[in-house]
Design a protein around this ligand. Structure first.
Ligand code: ADP
Ligand code: ADP
Length: 226
């Protein structure tokens, strides 16, 4: 787990258009920050720069005490939780969670210990032999988070993870993500265009408008001073 510091971050695309303009945010260790704003305001670009999928044009980015401006995604130790969860349908829940450890060549005993700990935290221990196709959306999301936990990532990054779900499931998952994030205490950056998610999920909300950081406040502050 680690703090994430964005300092005067600018992203200009080829044509000189600044999709992100002088954005500075200090995200504390364990904090849950929402990036919100209308389509095109630069939130995906900002998230992609944090993960390392997009270069920064200027500014500085720190994860913990490491400057990561030029670091490849695999060296940043972050876990992006994708919209479709990117689970392997033919693998059990256990093997889906174990996957990054297997890839890294971890011994069976270590794999087993970490998978069992993560699945207990995520309340998946009774579902370890099941396949993702038979799970609920919420359970699938937890498997995806489990994979990130065993990798001991420094932070979770979500890009509109609930946007494909119906309203009822979205409400349930919202509650679930907030609860899990608090329990895990893992630094989290969560992109959404949904005001309800922005106002109910996070510790602080960063409102982006046309590439600028327009507001950075707690949901309560935003509610009282919109
Ligand atoms: P959001 O996620 O808030 O919808 P984006 O970060 O995707 O916004 O996009 C911010 C702005 O940058 C938009 O105006 C978009 O058209 C532009 N943009 C995004 N990706 C590229 C790209 N690869 N090349 C040029 N412009 C882009
Ligand atoms: P490898 O290159 O080790 O075979 P992958 O292609 O799965 O493994 O991932 C490459 C690197 O990208 C990994 O070492 C990991 O640090 C990072 N990575 C993998 N999955 C994610 C993810 N969901 N979010 C962020 N980083 C990831």
């Amino acid at each position: 787990m680690a703090a994430i510091t964005l300092k005067n971050i600018v992203k200009k695309y080829g044509d000189g258009f600044a999709a992100v303009n002088d954005v500075s945010i200090d995200i504390a260790d364990g904090e849950f920050v929402i990036l919100v704003g209308p389509s095109g305001c630069g939130k995906s670009t900002l998230l992609r720069m944090i993960v390392g999928l997009e270069d920064i044009t200027s500014g500085d980015m720190m994860i913990g005490d490491r400057k990561v401006n030029d670091l490849a995604p695999r060296d940043r130790n972050l876990a992006m939780v994708f919209q479709n969860y990117a689970l392997y349908p033919h693998l059990s829940v256990y093997e889906n969670i174990a996957f990054p450890l297997r890839l890294a060549g971890a011994p069976d005993q270590e794999v087993d210990e970490k998978v069992r700990n993560a699945s207990k935290t995520l309340e998946l221990d009774e579902h370890l032999e099941r396949k993702p196709g038979n799970l609920s959306g919420g359970q699938r999301q937890r498997v995806a988070m489990g994979r990130a936990i065993v990798r001991e990532a420094d932070a979770f990054l979500f890009d509109e993870p609930l946007s494909n779900l119906d309203a009822k499931l979205r409400g349930q998952m919202r509650t679930e993500i907030a609860r899990l994030q608090k329990r895990l205490g893992i630094t989290t950056v969560y992109v959404t265009h949904d005001q309800t998610e922005a106002m109910t999920l996070g510790d602080r909300v960063a409102v982006l408008k046309r590439g600028y950081l327009q507001q950075l406040a707690t949901p309560r502050e935003l509610y009282e001073n919109p």
